[in-house]
Design a protein. Structure first.
Length: 209
């Protein structure tokens, strides 16, 4: 079973409080999501492989370490996942970015794919799926499956907040995928929104209703 990692660093907790606040406007909301995503990138990439190289400092030659192994791919689930890309890229500028477009059918609550554009070599990359909200888990499960269908085999899921129901669904469908979250919230309400949550991440990022 994949691990669930709650990133409860004080800076993340602090910024998440303002992300949740209904009085936080879209501009500040976007900036905060970017900042939290950047902070989360530090922990999500903790297990990247390193290799030793020789360099020359202004004083002498020395051995040091650089990242090696698989290349990285950032895969935001549209549209809310876009809000996490810039923060991740600020730490991982060499990563390629793919996009998966899903929407939740308002009646069935099931995910529907409408767009998928990925790096051509995803089977060679460590893939980081980005979606601020892990609610029912339907979109995440579908997005991860799309990656697997196209050759992805090393996948992590990164979310700002998650409901226990969503975590359980992803773990049951994809037990090989590790999940990184800033908070596990209480539950889903009758409309499948996370409680206490932060509302609709896409609407708050882009100022839509």
């Amino acid at each position: 079973m994949g691990k669930v990692v709650v990133l409860d660093h004080p800076l993340i907790k602090h910024k998440l409080t303002f992300i949740r606040d209904k009085n936080t406007g879209s501009k500040e909301f976007r900036e905060l999501v970017k900042e939290v995503s950047m902070l989360m990138a530090y922990e999500v990439t903790r297990d990247l492989y390193l290799e030793e190289v020789e360099i020359e400092t202004p004083l002498t030659k020395t051995k040091s370490q650089i990242i090696s192994g698989k290349k990285l791919g950032l895969i935001p689930i549209l549209r809310a996942g876009l809000g996490m890309v810039d923060g991740m890229l600020s730490i991982l500028p060499a990563a390629k970015v793919g996009h998966i477009g899903l929407y939740r059918d308002p009646e069935t609550l099931k995910p529907v794919e409408y767009y998928c554009k990925l790096p051509y070599d995803i089977e060679e990359r460590d893939l980081i799926v980005l979606d601020p909200m892990l609610a029912t888990g339907g979109s995440a499960v579908a997005g991860i499956q799309f990656l697997k269908n196209r050759g992805g085999n090393s996948i992590k899921l990164v979310c700002l907040i998650a409901a226990p129901e969503g975590i359980e669904k992803v773990q049951n469908a994809h037990p090989d995928v590790d999940i990184f979250v800033a908070s596990i919230d209480e539950k889903l309400n009758e409309d499948a929104y996370i409680v206490p949550g932060l509302g609709d991440a896409g609407d708050r990022l882009f100022g839509t209703k």
